[in-house]
Write a protein that binds this ligand. Structure first.
Ligand code: 15L
Length: 266
């Protein structure tokens, strides 16, 4: 019998890549507020609001692991971040605990550490430097992962996802690009690796010259197949403007959220 995996935020772009890459490997329970109607034979849809813990509990029966992609995926107003990513993440972990599901792959983000500079190399245990309210909410989600692992025996992989796309789109994303098949490999590591407790890895491909040292993922057996530098000829590599924070910091435009920049620019 294939494992049954609950995917929250299943109508979003990252989930779309994941569904495609997973194919028939797992039975998938897809949840979102937006209805998904292009279901495969191994998929079913069940709507749930992350603000409604009873609706989240109702998703859990028969589930072996949760891939939590749901919530706010970019910077936004505090109310949205609070409701979707702070309350929502808590409700998700708590619903899982109450229903006896003890494995979560948490979609964290590089924006938990976005105020490190692009010219410094960090590993997954670097101290937090969130670049936005959104980044703070991802730190909170990672903290929940640690709490539920240590207190309740959960296995949680927090993946600080960079940018999932068919190919890297700009100089910053040469560091953070995550190809769809490498995304699927990392999520499978989170689903399948026994007794991981809580661990944090970067969601990036094998990107030559990246400012992230992903040794933590390699220790878990991650063997990424793609390298952003194979696409470098499509990208403007002119030197960054040192007076533009969006070009200096790993978080790019997210670092400007409260000072007039455009945090929604991708
Ligand atoms: C993220 O965390 C977002 O979810 C994604 O949409 C991209 O904006 C990405 O960061 C990025 O920094 O490129």
């Amino acid at each position: 019998m294939p494992k049954t995996i609950l995917v929250t935020g299943a109508a979003g772009g990252v989930a779309g890549f994941l569904r495609h890459e997973f194919g028939q490997v797992y039975a998938l329970v897809l949840s979102d507020l937006r209805i998904i109607d292009d279901l495969g034979s191994n998929e079913r849809f069940q709507a749930a609001d992350l603000g409604d813990i009873d609706a989240l509990r109702a998703l859990m029966p028969g589930v072996d692991a949760v891939v939590h992609l749901g919530g706010q995926s970019v910077e936004g107003p505090w109310d949205a971040v609070l409701g979707r990513n702070i309350v929502g993440a808590y409700n998700l972990f708590e619903a899982a605990r109450l229903e006896g599901v003890n494995r979560v792959v948490f979609a964290s983000s590089c924006h938990a550490v976005g105020f490190y500079r692009l010219d410094e190399t960090i590993s997954a245990d670097a101290y937090f430097k969130p670049d936005s309210r959104y980044g703070v909410s991802k730190v909170f989600g990672e903290a929940l992962g640690a709490l539920y692992a240590d207190k309740y025996g959960f296995d949680v992989l927090s993946i600080r996802i960079g940018n999932v796309a068919e190919r890297p789109v700009d100089r910053r994303r040469l560091t953070s690009w995550l190809s769809p098949r490498d995304l699927a490999q990392l999520v499978r590591i989170g689903i399948e690796t026994p007794r991981i407790g809580h661990q944090v890895v970067f969601g990036m491909s094998r990107n030559t010259g990246s400012c992230w040292d992903n040794a933590a993922a390699y220790r878990l057996g991650y063997a990424p197949q793609d390298d952003s530098m194979d696409h470098a000829d499509t990208i403007d590599l002119s030197p960054p403007d040192p007076s533009d924070p969006a070009q200096v910091y790993q978080g790019g435009p997210f670092v400007l959220a409260e000072t007039g920049g455009d945090p929604w620019k991708r």
